[in-house]
Design a protein around this ligand. Sequence first.
Ligand SMILES: NC(=O)c1ccc[n+]([C@@H]2O[C@H](COP(=O)([O-])OP(=O)(O)OC[C@H]3O[C@@H](n4cnc5c(N)ncnc54)[C@H](OP(=O)(O)O)[C@@H]3O)[C@@H](O)[C@H]2O)c1
Length: 246
Amino acid sequence: MTNLAPTDLTDQVVVISGGSRGIGRAAAQALAALGATVAIVGQNPENVAQTVAESVANDCDALGVVCDVSDPDQVARTIAANPVLANADILINSAGVMSDRTAKTLRTTPDEWQRVMGINLDGTFNMISAIGPAMQARRSGRIINLSACLGRFTGPGLAGGLAPYRISKAAVNALTKNLAAELGNGSRGVLVDAMCPNHTRTDMGGPDAPRSAEEAADTIVWLATREHTADIETGYLWEDRQIVPW
Ligand SMILES: NC(=O)c1ccc[n+]([C@@H]2O[C@H](COP(=O)([O-])OP(=O)(O)OC[C@H]3O[C@@H](n4cnc5c(N)ncnc54)[C@H](OP(=O)(O)O)[C@@H]3O)[C@@H](O)[C@H]2O)c1
């Protein structure tokens, strides 16, 4: 079992889907600054290359992975072809897209439903399927899934609208809870959690959102680095380092 201290990620490999922009990029940069090797996964080659170049320019260890997370064959092939990725210590699933703003349930087209579910939910499952089994075999690893307040069954999650997005994130929560239980809720070395970054200034969140990407990434970095003790709490939805109701 890996017991991480917050300041020492040397020899740790972190795979971050959606690491090329926004919150994933901020998390990748913070973890790379702590010594981790970060694998930046995105589907736009230019965005991936730019984020990798920035990390390398800061003396960090980074590699780029161009891959559409919604494509199960592409994800499986890409990860299997690189043992560094297949044996990652930490997987962060940040790749995501917002629904069309008018996408209430009865106005959502099948194509829009599939697009959002394909990236937000299937993409998370595809990455976990490619990297999780090695974590389970090693009895060591961390999986952090980016959820959203809009996907909760409480508070802001109850307002309706943005149907594919909300429902994809509610499903990511369910995936998280289910997988955590299947892996013994931390007792067998693998931690699985979801986190809500809150409204954040990114391409998705827009320029007027109250939080910076670095603030949003704080809980991701904390989940990725907190010490793994016998009584650790895992299999939860986190916000600002606190457990919140699903
Ligand atoms: N921003 C917010 O206010 C907010 C609030 C709550 C939750 N979240 C969640 O936080 C996560 C990150 O959001 P963000 O604001 O950082 O979004 P963002 O700035 O729009 O970045 C999205 C990232 O996802 C990647 N991506 C999208 N589709 C992909 C695909 N098919 N395959 C691989 N990568 C793909 C993008 O890569 P490319 O560069 O290749 O396109 C990009 O790196 C998302 O899951 C989002 O739902 C965000």
